[in-house]
Design a protein around this ligand. Structure first.
Ligand SMILES: [Zn+2]
Ligand SMILES: [Zn+2]
Length: 469
């Protein structure tokens, strides 16, 4: 029995782990590598396993860095079940089709350029047709229910509090009379975040595969985050321009709407027109509304008091490209929430083109920005950015409201870890090297645990609990 680290190894995106036990092979997550072009090109590489030998996939949550290569897996012949929470299935239905559409468009554009150079056309990573074929393979599982998915392989999903349906996965495997329990943290939520529950603690594990995105950082307190948000809105209001909020369609957008609803008066939001400019975010919000049973107590109470947590009196929904383009006519007073969250595609790109050069524009970054993305460049203070083949000066003021992260910070990770009993083995993944190293040091100081930071391709023999690579 062994586990092999195939993605999110010494980097944040591309989560993918392969477990071999008895004659079976199961994947945990099958995520897309995100970032700059050279990173994303790696998505086209062959899978480092035989697709026909995979017996099951367990999916922690719908974010593309965990789910985004499932259509590629299906394109290459995968026909077995995908185990996940029902909300993850619903969100994947939205996300994967969108990812496929972007891929098709991107390939069309590349092929036009290639044709001019007399180069042969390339195939998209996958098509919308492939993405649609993923959905019937879902075999959904509620939180806290054990299920034997294959002989001697049992799983249970635990609420990770990161996005709707997000799960930590417990896996019990048995081979030749030896049982091991693996725990995959998936992405862990930020304690106290709006809408969802806090991550659920787990007590037992032989090996924990744990995310470390913010292993070297503490988020601001919620109080100071709210204060910051209200100050940014006030500053933007005085400047007279518009506000752009690049936001992930799933999770962050619903949190923003919830917060705007809750703080409408305090943040003087009546003075603004709020545009939700993302068909995907609109659909995702519907899925969030469907699973209200998964909300925390505070959100349920807000619903009782004032109805849907996502509705605002001044909210405009832009479904069509025409509606989206009309927003560009507004010179001031618009808050535009559009995907993608890292400015690596989507409608936010057009808004950036129209606004980023303006001195009265404010951009509020509310999520993690991967290396190589325009979002990261803006946060790092770039004076100019490349958009649609043009170099555009950055006149806008960039604000990072880091406290809104959907990920646990160092203290949150530590808190989640502290509930484990005994001395489990730990593999830190889903973090840049610095973040993972910093968290590994802390684990050693506090718990005398030697955490591994596996390289891509590294294996742990689960019988001897020794790492190779
Ligand atoms: Zn995630
Ligand atoms: Zn992730």
């Amino acid at each position: 029995m062994e586990i092999q680290f195939l993605g999110a190894a010494q980097e944040v995106t591309g989560s993918c782990y392969l477990i071999r036990v008895n004659e079976h092979q199961i994947l945990v997550d099958c995520g897309l590598i995100q970032g700059g072009r050279s990173d994303e090109d790696r998505n086209t590489h062959d899978f480092p396993f035989n697709v026909n030998q995979i017996d099951a996939v367990v999916l922690t949550h719908a974010h593309l860095d965990h789910s985004g290569r499932l259509p590629k897996l299906i394109r290459e012949g995968y026909q077995e079940p995908i185990y996940a929470h029902p909300a993850t299935r619903d969100l994947c239905e939205i996300m994967l089709e969108d990812a496929a559409y972007i891929n098709e468009k991107d390939t069309e554009w590349k092929n036009r350029r290639r044709a001019r150079k007399h180069l042969a056309p390339i195939e998209p990573l996958y098509t919308r047709e492939d993405a649609l074929k993923v959905i019937p393979l879902f075999n959904t599982l509620e939180y806290n229910h054990k299920k034997e998915i294959l002989p001697k392989i049992t799983i249970r999903l635990i609420d990770a509090g990161h996005i709707l349906g997000s799960s930590c996965v417990e896996i019990w495997i048995e081979e030749n009379g030896v049982t091991r329990k693996l725990v995959f943290s998936g992405d862990l939520g930020h304690k106290g975040a709006p809408i969802l529950h806090d991550p659920t603690p787990i007590k037992e594990a032989d090996l924990i595969v744990m995310e470390s995105t913010y292993g070297d950082r503490l988020h601001r307190s919620w109080e100071s985050t709210w204060q910051e948000m209200s100050e940014v809105l006030a500053a933007a209001s005085q400047g007279g321009g518009n506000i752009l909020i690049p936001a992930f369609a799933i999770g962050r957008t619903q949190e923003l709407l919830y917060l705007f609803h809750k703080n409408l008066a305090d943040w003087k939001l009546e003075n603004w027109e709020v545009f939700l400019d993302s068909p995907m975010a609109i659909n995702a919000t519907k899925v969030y509304a469907k699973y209200w049973q998964l909300y925390d107590k505070e959100t349920r109470e807000l619903i009782k008091k004032s109805g849907s947590p996502y509705l605002l009196p001044n909210l405009h929904i832009s479904e069509t490209p025409e509606q989206s383009m009309q927003i560009n006519r507004m010179r001031s007073g618009a808050i535009i929430i559009a995907a993608s969250g890292m400015c690596s595609g989507g409608r936010i790109m057009h808004h950036l083109k129209h606004q980023v050069w303006r001195n009265d524009c404010h951009i509020i970054m509310v999520g993690y920005q991967a290396h190589g993305t325009i979002g990261r460049a803006l946060v790092d203070g770039a004076k100019e950015i490349r958009l649609f083949g043009e170099t555009i000066n950055v006149g806008a003021t960039i604000h990072t409201v880091g406290g809104l992260s959907a990920h646990a910070d160092q203290a949150g990770l530590m808190d989640w870890f502290s509930h484990f009993e005994g001395q489990p083995h730990v593999a830190l993944t889903h973090g840049e090297t610095r973040a993972a190293s910093c968290f590994a040091d802390l684990l050693y100081d506090r718990f005398a645990v030697h955490a591994w930071q596996p390289k891509k391709g590294a294996r742990v023999d689960l019988l001897t609990m020794k790492i190779d690579g």
